[in-house]
Design a protein around this ligand. Structure first.
Ligand code: SF4
Length: 339
């Protein structure tokens, strides 16, 4: 098993099953995630016997960075996986820290019409270690610690639920990479049964819903998932999530010219979200050469913003990152495949 794919609790269990001491898990995590060593022989305070046993069951292996594009406040990475598949991660530099948006699948089957990743169908889920490795490789490359993680790159995280939860356990563990749960955000296009499962997850991880429309008619036309889980079911699941966790939810809303950006859409959205502990993140669309959608004008976005504000809906406009570096999710990979 890849060493980057095991949680701290699983490693403790492993040592107990091997009739070894549970505290070895702390030592190993310390070497792997604090000291960032790359082979077992460097674990100087771990006994030879334990190292030999571990060598039989685990190996060290990370992803390969095959391309890196950079702009002032953003860097985009293309990784090659062992089977030759490719995924992306985007690093963004903010005044409050450095965030990374990682991929959770190779391609995506959700088929959102405006999305470059959806154009490249899902090939497979990422293993937990492949997600952890994106963090480690980037931290090594930028020579600093990441402060925030967003699961919003290629793939639908809740379509790879088990591996995603293990990934969060590893990066959040104070024995491991130790990124606070409030600094981790999972974004879903709205797979309702998984939202319900996530409601019972015991960590204070943030939840974001890619809503992108104020009604079923518009949402059906841009997001296939809405036919399986329409807006009213998502809103009900979100209300239950908030009742149980007391956490505020983010609704992502990509502004698509002439599709979902009218004043009546803003009013309808305000009505839909009234009384829900949430805020709306308006995202200027990142145009790609393959998809017919266009970004809304700055003026339209501001009008939309003002209407939500006037109706007491918390709202922000996402800063535009990376149009120079193919930063829309899936763009770097698809450009790479074409050249
Ligand atoms: S927006 Fe997200 S869920 Fe939709 S196709 Fe793209 S990667 Fe998949």
């Amino acid at each position: 098993m890849n060493i980057y794919g095991i949680t701290f609790e699983e490693l403790e269990k492993y040592f107990i099953e091997k009739n070894d001491k549970k505290f070895k898990a702390t030592q190993v995590f310390d070497w792997v995630y604090r000291k960032r060593i790359n082979n077992f022989d460097e674990m100087r305070n771990v006994s030879k016997d334990t190292i030999n046993t571990m060598k039989e069951d685990f190996y060290f292996d990370k992803l390969e960075i095959i391309q890196r594009q950079e702009d002032v406040d953003v860097a985009k990475y293309l990784f090659k996986l062992k089977d030759g598949e490719k995924v992306e991660a985007v690093v963004m530099y903010h005044d409050y820290g450095t965030s990374i948006c990682i991929s959770t699948q190779v391609g995506c089957n959700m088929g959102c019409k405006f999305c470059e990743s959806g154009r490249l169908k899902k090939v497979r889920n990422l293993e937990t270690y492949e997600m952890v490795s994106q963090i480690l490789m980037v931290e090594e490359d930028i020579e600093k610690r990441l402060s925030h993680i967003v699961l919003m790159g290629i793939g639908e995280p809740f379509d790879n639920y088990e591996n995603v939860i293990k990934f969060i356990d590893i990066v959040n563990s104070d024995k491991g990479i130790a990124i606070g749960s409030r600094h981790i955000t999972v974004s879903t296009c709205g797979i309702v049964p998984k939202i319900r499962e996530f409601t019972n997850y015991d960590k204070q991880v943030n939840l974001a819903i890619s809503l992108h429309a104020p009604n079923n008619e518009i949402r059906n036309s841009i997001m296939n998932i809405n036919k399986a889980y329409p807006i009213e079911e998502i809103i009900k699941a979100i209300k239950d999530y908030i009742a149980k966790t007391n956490r505020r939810v983010t609704f992502e809303y990509i502004m698509l010219k002439g599709v979902n950006d009218s004043e009546s859409c803003a009013l309808e959205l305000s009505k839909l979200l009234r009384g829900i502990n949430c805020y709306v993140n308006l995202i200027p669309y990142n145009e790609t050469s393959h998809i017919e959608y266009k970004k809304s004008s700055q003026d339209t976005i501001m009008k939309f913003y003002d209407i939500l504000k006037k109706n007491n809906i918390g709202v922000t406009i996402r800063r535009e990152f990376g149009s120079k570096v193919n930063a829309a999710c899936g763009q770097l990979r698809s450009h790479y495949e074409e050249v």
